[in-house]
Design a protein around this ligand. Sequence first.
Ligand SMILES: [Zn+2]
Length: 226
Amino acid sequence: MILALIIVCALSLGFLFWASYDVGSQVYVKTLCRVKTGEKVVYLTFDDGPAGEQTEKAVSILKEHGAKAAFFLIGSKIPGNEALLKRLAEEGFTLGIHTMEHSWRGPFETPARMAAELKACSDLIEAAAGSRPRFYRPPFGVTSPRIAKALRLLGETRPRAIGWTVRTFDTRRPDVEHVLRRLRRGLRPGAIILMHEKMPGSENYVEVVLRYLETQGYRCASLAEI
Ligand SMILES: [Zn+2]
């Protein structure tokens, strides 16, 4: 009896952990983790910017390759980078919300505070780039009933949650071989690829990723097209 109880508790805890920490669990927030298509197309996404010069470097490589991408931005990093964001939007890059502070406490805040944070970040992006962001990336890929409620509180301006198919873990290991290995493993039509241009040397693996995608016949499209 006790053993059965322990097993049930362990399974329940395991379920709750998975539901919150797997961005693709779909338990609390419907999150797009891959675009349904048979076409050889991928969606590059960069989190945690704007990162000044690093963002500039990534963007110039993307442009050389004719690749589109989305940048999920931290609101507190936006002041001082408004001109950069305006240019990105004009050049056809997608700007999305990645909360104001990206604090580890974020997922534990009240829904009202979370909603206020999402709105503040969205307002800053809109003021800089001229249009309201349509997409949101949950920090750490964590979703919860509180985050679901916060999104509902935003009503019609609620952004669509975007997860990923390929997590490169480039913040842990920002080296070309590692990032490429992760990409090879997860590459498929419609894949959403997560990277961070803020990492020193990211221009090296961004370049290699783009070249690899080209050799495989993939096009880097914009999330705005979905
Ligand atoms: Zn992040």
